[in-house]
Design a binder for this molecule. Sequence first.
Ligand code: ASP
Length: 305
Amino acid sequence: MPKPEWTLLIHGGAGVMRRAEMTPEMDATYRAGLNEALEAGSRILSCGGSSLDAVEAAVGVLEDNPNFNAGKGAVLTLEGVAELDASIMDGSNRKAGAVAQVRTVKNPIRAARHVMEQTGRVMFAGPDVDEMAAKAGIEIVPPEYFITPRRLQALERAMAGDLQPIDCYGTVGAVAMDAKGNLAAATSTGGMNAKPPGRIGDSPIIGAGTYADNASCAVSATGDGEYFIRASAARTICARVEMQGMAAEAAAKATLDEVKALGGTGGVIVLGHKGDVALSMNTEGMFRGRTDATGVRQVGIYVDE
Ligand code: ASP
């Protein structure tokens, strides 16, 4: 199959509600949110825009959607605040930017892009990120903006020892290839529900939660961050594609098997440099979507869709 002129894949996290508990209204709301993100990214790609702009736009839409664990609606730390992590990578030059423990930047993915393009550094963490973003004119909001009743309840449940998958992994991410063949990846998260303050997962770690290289593939991950870090999951998938000639699907499966062997669950979206794609998980489901220049437009939640 010739590769489409452009392709966009997104995810909204690998922790989904058990089918029996998902109401038709919630199902429709999640699918609408995924479609909105696909729309934002594909609008850019179909006009000849860059994969970098497309992944930033798609992730930005999911950050603004209170149903996903990123930006507004992010899960809360044990202390009841949102501490947000995000990263972005440009496959054409392997430049990358990441931010961690952000508390007031409305769209942490914008701060990650600022780090990549304006600082000559790769990663910043803590209150300095909020300050840097404010100085750069990136929108700042009060910490309460991120907090939703649903996440407060989830925190209470976790404190009482009842940790539901839907409350765990809802990280968002996007990978894209543009008409020039450039790959990009972006990931944004609130991390894990009831995490101890200061804990940082895989999402802002280049090579763990996010990676993009035109020579291999673009990856965004979601799941138990500690295991994705220990497996260097995103970079390992790209290495399998580049050095072993694996297709996206096989490289994703082999790496998720490694994560599982370590004790972790989750999923990845992978877009290979030849246009091959994978939306893979070792969980019951992963909120996900795919669209490309040939008119493909799909969203899914459960593993068997
Ligand atoms: N990977 C994220 C983390 O560990 C969580 C998620 O995917 O929802 O912070």
